[in-house]
Design a protein around this ligand. Structure first.
Ligand code: NDP
Ligand code: 8X3
Length: 261
């Protein structure tokens, strides 16, 4: 029987790429997100390209009742959840703490932190019953080092880092793997969302750099998930070649040529 993966935030970016990567391996795919048109479109794509079973669940991770109802429905459709990817998330705005928009803060805390908790609370007991499973939490370099104006977004990703460690401890007796993947700059819809639809500003973030691609993160998720049963990657940070940390990166044009020039 095929294994099943549940991916939150699979309507674009990392989540969508992870769905493709695991569908290619024959997994049954459970996609989630708020945009129903995209869920339908991607579900069809996956069925057509890989011939796998796909379930699209439209819900907002911030709304606990919606999360509970969606997962209750999912339980009637699949016999197990082998992998949960806690990926749904966003940054909203970029400003100093004294000028931050409190609505942005609440949006990030409710999505990146409370949403992740609501979903995990529904899935962890299933994995506990199965005495197996793998939770992959998508953190960020922003959860390892704080950067200027990143304050609340960074705080939510530090919280993901803490929860990743906590889950690993709490679920240890049940043979459940817990892994954080912490990407640096990657070109998805992330910056467009952060800058509230300002395409010019979003594009500028990736000017003269070669950022991570969603497919890079999907390959890493597949690597983490396909290791032997006794091996668990706890925490993995990945950046593109020209990024060293949250606050130190160079442009492609600044890279030295052979001979150091
Ligand atoms: P995208 O904006 O491309 O994708 C975000 C996904 O999250 C979408 O599928 C969106 O679906 C979903 N989502 C957002 N809010 C909600 C919500 N309230 N309820 C349900 N789903 C929601 O960005 P990325 O792929 O880049 O982001 C994925 C994760 O990766 C995030 O946690 C982000 O913080 C993290 N990350 C991103 C990096 C980057 O540079 N791109 C680097 C490091 C980490 P929909 O809108 O349909 O609900
Ligand atoms: C997304 C990467 O550097 O914009 O988590 O915070 S960054």
């Amino acid at each position: 029987m095929s294994k099943t993966i549940l991916i939150t935030g699979a309507t674009s970016g990392f989540g969508k790429a992870i769905a493709h990567r695991f569908a290619k391996e024959g997994y049954t795919i459970c996609l989630t997100g708020r945009r129903t048109d995209r869920l339908k479109e991607i579900s069809q794509e996956l069925k057509d390209q890989y011939g796998v079973m796909v379930y699209g669940l439209a819900f907002d991770v911030r709304v606990r009742a919606q999360v509970e109802a969606a997962i209750a429905k999912l339980k009637t459709l699949v016999t197990s959840i082998d992998i949960l990817v806690n990926n749904a998330g966003l940054a909203s705005g970029l400003s100093t703490i004294d000028e931050g928009d409190v609505d942005d803060w609440e949006l990030m805390i409710d999505t990146n932190l409370k949403g992740l908790l609501y979903v995990t609370r529904q899935i962890a007991p299933l994995m506990r019953e199965q005495a197996s499973g793998h939770i992959i939490n998508i953190g960020s370099t922003a959860g390892k080092q704080v950067y200027k104006n990143g304050n609340v977004y960074c705080a939510t990703k530090y919280a993901v880092d803490a929860l990743n460690q906590a889950m690993r401890i709490d679920l240890l007796p049940y043979g459940i793997k817990v892994t954080a993947i912490n990407p640096g700059m990657a070109e998805t819809e992330f910056s467009l969302v952060r800058f509230k639809g300002d395409e010019e500003r979003a594009k500028n973030v990736y000017n003269d750099i070669k950022p991570l691609r969603p497919e890079d993160i999907a390959d890493i998720a597949w690597y983490c998930a396909s290791l032997p049963p006794h091996v668990c990657i706890n925490d993995l940070t990945v950046t593109c070649l020209t990024q060293a940390s949250s606050f130190y990166s160079i442009k492609e044009s600044e890279r030295k040529k052979p001979g150091g020039v």
